[in-house]
Design a binder for this molecule. Sequence first.
Ligand SMILES: Cc1cc2nc3c(=O)[nH]c(=O)nc-3n(C[C@H](O)[C@H](O)[C@H](O)COP(=O)(O)O)c2cc1C
Ligand code: SF4
Length: 518
Amino acid sequence: MRARSIGTATAAALALVAARDLLQKKHALLRNFPLVGHARYLLETIGPELRQYIVTSNEEERPFSRDQRTWIYASAKEENNYFGFGTDVDVEHVQGRAYVKQRTFADSLPESHGRPDLPDAVPSAKVLGGPRGRAKAFRPNSVVNISAMSFGSLSGAAVTALNKGAALAGTMHNTGEGGLSPYHRNGADLVLQIGTAYFGCRNEDGSFNLDRLKEVVAGAPVRAIEIKLSQGAKPGLGGMLPGAKVTPEIAEIRGIPQGKDCASPSRHTAFGDVDSMLDFVELIAAETGVPVGIKSAVGEMDFWDELATLMARGDRGVDFVTVDGGEGGTGAAPLTFTDSVSLPFRMGFSRVYGTFAERGLTDELTFIGSGKLGLPDNAAVAFALGADMVNVGREAMLSIGCIQSQKCHTDKCPTGVATQNPWLARGLDPESKATRAAVYLRTLRKELTKLSAAVGVAHPGLITATDIEILNGDYDARTLAAAYGYKDGWGELGPRLAHEITALLAAEPGTARDTLQA
Ligand SMILES: Cc1cc2nc3c(=O)[nH]c(=O)nc-3n(C[C@H](O)[C@H](O)[C@H](O)COP(=O)(O)O)c2cc1C
Ligand code: SF4
């Protein structure tokens, strides 16, 4: 009898916990997996103790180590993101690890700067589209922005959370190649991505439709257009969206027939070489007024050589290049492509940058980097190599609850981030996760400002390729400049841009800042 009542009481208590799990909105995992989800939180809590006896160290896991994820989670939740007792990196022996060199004395230190309504914004040192005189050229408010990830690979709830978070943090949100969905219309400025299937701006036969593109741009806060040539995780690869995944909603957004297989070609059909690509860029920039750039992983260099050579003539050009590292993420891709096709970020970016630097063109366009750059130290290396802005993909996903279970390709994402399953997506509460995304983005910018201050400069764009060294064997380190073959001044802003961004950061609100902001 006694055992029975204990059993009933336990069942009632468990039912209560399950009900609370289902109704709360803070933890997607518990909403989707009531009761069972607690095991993960328990393991997370006692993980450090367990790890002393079994499994991996804080630095070993990939793509993001435990320490990196802990930093992102704590930052997004506005919790203490400090670490105690010193580093657990084997600092003298990790080949390729970068070290920022702080300065003992410095003339200029970053103040609280940016827009009055966004006190922690770190604006770009370059005006996007300015050098080519685009009608809607502008200075991005934030050097950190959200990378291309489509509705379709991410749930509507995740896209909503990222878009609202981006709006709160004053960053731009890239739509990804899957078209501009209603979930992208929650307040953030957008970068509209066009992939090879021209989703959202295509004819029935899959060819590009300029009028449709103009309608999309006019109907949403699209600030720039990114033509996707490739991405680091699966470069040179086409794709097939199975008919079963082409729901009425996806069909409407992408402009494709419902329920039918839809192929994404591996190459563009609107242009076939660098020359015709530049004509395409100029056409859409003229017709829409917004800056137009390309996103690509780095493979053979002839493409970049020809691009820089043609741009040196001055009559045509891209407004930005987004260089995606081979270590970048994706919803789904063959292992060989994720592991072995295209160069890693630092190698690829430095080669592309050097191609433009050889021709004295680096102030003429904005360089954007992506590939695990949502961590302050990695981002600092990108800025030192000459990046003007960084895009963050998976780190933003982590900030809204992703637990790196790496099931994105199965439609069984346990946290509702990368799935179209309505039950799983329901677990993700867009409102609370929007705040987390925003706090993470702001924290990343703040950390970049702190790193700039350590180096003694006012802005991340002023960190140079000699301010950071990378470990080369056990007894040697080389500056980034030496490691990547940079010549004097490479990776640095020209004097006019350096002066302009320093003045912009020093200006009081309502004075020169507003003139320079345009
Ligand atoms: C779920 C997912 C979907 C993605 N979709 C796109 C896409 O539509 N277009 C694109 O250019 N890149 C796409 N990417 C790549 C990211 O934009 C980014 O370039 C890459 O993940 C590197 O950044 P990260 O290391 O910060 O994630 C996607 C990545 C992920 C994880
Ligand atoms: S499947 Fe796993 S890795 Fe992918 S988004 Fe969901 S939690 Fe993150």
